[in-house]
Design a protein around this ligand. Structure first.
Ligand code: CA
Length: 469
């Protein structure tokens, strides 16, 4: 059996709308576009909880966060549970994870199922970062995105060529505070990056959660994000634009370095003669607001944050330049890898293999809705705890707005509220139609579907505070 190699490249907070293969209006990513042009672009790939550690745990386990134990940034991953890396390793794959881990360190939280691991502690540093290589600290000179790529290339070069390999190459960039390398430090210097259409959102016609969020470009970016003081004499609106330019340019400079480094990795696969038998994926742990709704950060179930970029190349099965609009989720990644590896026993994973979609087929009964939940009520960016349902045409969100004892959540309940967006004519999600009589039937149908799906994935509906709680 000639099983494929799997190179899983994941960046941190890279939104699909900052990739030219997804039609970016603000940057070009020629090397990422190579993957899409030579393979498939998924247009409806979503995370099940738009925050770093939980998405990573979902990818490793194929489980929703209430089952894998990482619901918030405050939860440590228990590596004793089943993971895709362990199963691939047991099936004979060589396995490695290099770069960002962000699931805790020490004890049962170190990476498991990897022959080799060399990861950043916590968020890690952009310049001259410390790594933890198989448990031992080691400082590397240089820029983190280059180093993660170098280490990945070294590991590929030193592999046993008789056995397939699984490499998780996890970039730290373009995570806050968006520090570019010297090579890209002056990129975009002489141009203005366009502001997004919803830049001046005033949060009217939405639940209270949107206005309450602490992620506004004009108010919530810090000196460490902007790096310099603004020029004097700017109006409030001019200052907002100035901050956006500072923010988005550094973000895109970090992305440009990722793009270069993905190019280096693709070139190496060509040089090694293994490009045809290697599945190459590029994704990010979630999306990000790039000034959309006047925001940076993620967490909300809104499109920019919910959507994961997901492009994949595998010439043996995937038609070049193809586009897939069926719904894929981060919990599907593990079952997909196992399918390609010929490992069939994936219980209790909740995701399903994307392999039929890769071949351009869409199995009967493929999901037409997905379930999402964010637990970190009011933590750091002030986003209310919520869960919801997205179908191809609608999004229903319930801000139950209660910590419910979650770690890294603030015990200060807010009045629960609903939102419904009609994505067919409001893809920017600017108008909550939950109370619009024209949508009464839709609300009823989607609410039922939400609760059906919540039970199906073994999560618990919010029923108010227990007496005495
Ligand atoms: Ca992230």
């Amino acid at each position: 059996m000639n099983r494929p190699n799997i190179v899983f490249i994941m960046s941190d907070d890279h939104a699909a709308h900052a990739m030219s293969c997804y039609g970016s209006r603000i940057n070009r990513t020629p090397n990422l576009d190579r993957i899409a042009n030579e393979g498939m672009r998924y247009d409806n790939c979503f995370c099940t909880n738009s925050i770093c550690a939980p998405s990573r745990a979902a990818i490793l386990t194929g489980l929703y966060n209430h089952l894998n134990g990482v619901q918030t940034l405050g939860d440590r991953f228990d590596g004793r549970q089943q993971t895709v890396s362990k199963l691939l390793q047991q099936s004979g794959y060589q396995t490695a994870i290099i770069g960002k881990w962000h699931l805790g360190h020490g004890g049962d939280s170190d990476p498991t199922g990897f022959d080799y691991w060399n990861v950043l502690p916590g968020q890690g540093d952009y310049h001259n970062p410390t790594f933890v290589e198989m448990g031992a600290n080691k400082v590397y000179d240089g820029y983190v995105t280059d180093i993660i790529t170098d280490l990945s290339l070294d590991w590929i070069a030193g592999r046993d060529k008789e056995r397939p390999f699984f490499l998780m190459c996890h970039h730290k960039a373009p995570h806050r505070p968006w520090i570019p390398d010297a090579k890209h430090a002056h990129l975009y210097e002489d141009i203005d990056i366009p502001e997004p259409p919803t830049f001046d959102d005033d949060y009217s016609n939405r639940a209270a959660a949107a206005e309450a969020a602490i992620m506004r470009i004009e108010r919530d970016l810090k000196k460490r994000d902007l790096k310099i003081d603004p020029p004097e004499g700017l109006s409030e609106r001019e200052l907002k634009s100035w901050k956006y330019q500072r923010y988005i340019k550094d973000y895109l400079r970090c992305v440009a370095s990722i793009d270069d480094n993905v190019g280096r990795l693709l070139d190496r696969l060509d040089e090694e003669g293994i490009a045809d038998n290697t599945i190459v994926i590029y994704t990010s742990d979630q999306g990000f607001f790039l000034g959309d709704h006047g925001w940076f950060d993620k967490r909300f179930m809104y499109e920019e944050s919910l959507r994961m970029p997901f492009i994949v190349r595998y010439p043996k099965e995937i038609e070049a330049g193809s586009v897939q609009d069926a719904m894929a989720l981060n919990i599907d990644f593990a079952p997909t890898f196992l399918d390609y590896a010929g490992v069939s026993a994936v219980e209790p994973m909740q995701g399903v293999s994307l392999r039929p979609l890769m071949k351009g087929e869409k199995p009967d009964g493929w999901r037409t809705s997905m379930y999402y939940r964010y637990w970190m009520h009011l933590s750091e960016h002030g986003v209310y705890a919520h869960y919801g349902l997205r179908t191809h045409d609608y999004k229903l969100i319930y801000y139950y707005a209660d910590a419910l004892g979650a770690t890294d959540a603030i015990d200060d309940p807010k009045p629960p509220e609903w939102e419904l967006f009609d994505l067919r004519n409001d893809s920017a999600e600017m108008r909550n139609v939950y109370s619009d009589p024209a949508y009464t039937d839709t609300v009823a149908r989607l609410t039922e579907e939400l609760h059906r799906m919540q039970l199906e994935v073994q999560d618990t509906p919010y029923t108010g505070r227990q007496q005495g709680a």
